[in-house]
Ligand binder design. Sequence first.
Ligand SMILES: Nc1ncnc2c1ncn2[C@@H]1O[C@H](COP(=O)(O)OP(=O)(O)O)[C@@H](O)[C@H]1O
Ligand SMILES: [Mg+2]
Length: 354
Amino acid sequence: MNKIKVAVLFGGVSSEHEVSVVSATSVLRNIPKDRYDVTMIGITKDGRWMEYTGAIDSIASMKWETEKARTAVISPDRSHHGLLLLDGNSVELRPIDVFFPVLHGKNGEDGTLQGLFELAGIPYVGCDVLSSADCMDKAVTHTILEAAGIPMAKWDCVTASDMEHFEDIAGRMEEKLGYPMFVKPANAGSSVGVSKAKNRQQLKEACYVALNEDRKAIVEEFINGREVENAVLGNENPTASLVCGEITPKVEFYTYEAKYQDDSTELHLPAEISPELNEEIRRTAEKAYKAIGCMGLSRVDFFVKRDGSGIILNEINTLPGFTSISMYPKLWEASGVSYPELLDRLIQLALERK
Ligand SMILES: Nc1ncnc2c1ncn2[C@@H]1O[C@H](COP(=O)(O)OP(=O)(O)O)[C@@H](O)[C@H]1O
Ligand SMILES: [Mg+2]
């Protein structure tokens, strides 16, 4: 049997570059080599695309970024159906059957790269252009999921030009949301630019911090809740992982540092919640996934309100962290699907969509 030719992409220009290389290391180690023939493509922080032929274990060191390697780009010309490897004046065409983007955040998880896969006419793992873009933009996610009847935090939206009449805006938000409020860039990720505001002065500062990351910021009511996550897998008929996981940040909220740089966060797996609540989260995760049209995979994050008044969907991550200790693969492992089996399923789901 001919092996399926997979190109795994990692790195990228987003603030989550460092997470991507660790995720990619795990993915590359675990892809079943008897079935898949793997090409590795590293994208540097400044956006150069290169073929990587070194050891998987050296990817996370980021040394490949400074090494001289062949440029490797996806050709949008469908007759090529793959990558163009450029070396001086010579060009090698490498046919590819399926792309596996292991990139988080901007230009990886937001539909832009998915658009290039579509132009090339080559199947790819994960969400399509629209669902990726919709889940990347928190204001759009809110709008779609609210319309679908999914419980979401009360929210509002601000742009840079709104800040010229900040006092009016602040008055409106205070009435609608009350303090504390959570302010976030509409399009970012990994808690970059996220802050909690306890008064009008802090709200103003928080809006500027968020607007520094994106032209639009969203402001939410504070939800006093436990953070519980579910992993969804599938295309039109998705399945939510049997178990949910809980993250407990020991700092005030789940910041970038708490996520990746220190050990101030604990992962609990399975989450200690009642079977009824577990079911409610699973059903809601599947409903939200379908409402937004996700494909392949997504991690759906919730708050379970501490006053017992129910759940709130926080966000959908279409390319969640994929390190061997990340929540998404861990949730599947705990639900009976091993990491290599999960990769296999994801690639098959991509090929089925063709
Ligand atoms: N409305 C909210 N109420 C309480 N905590 C929040 C709220 N929104 C976000 N947080 C906290 O901030 C963290 C990051 O926010 P999130 O919306 O998940 O953005 P990101 O896309 O950057 O992960 C969450 O994990 C949670 O700890
Ligand atoms: Mg989050």
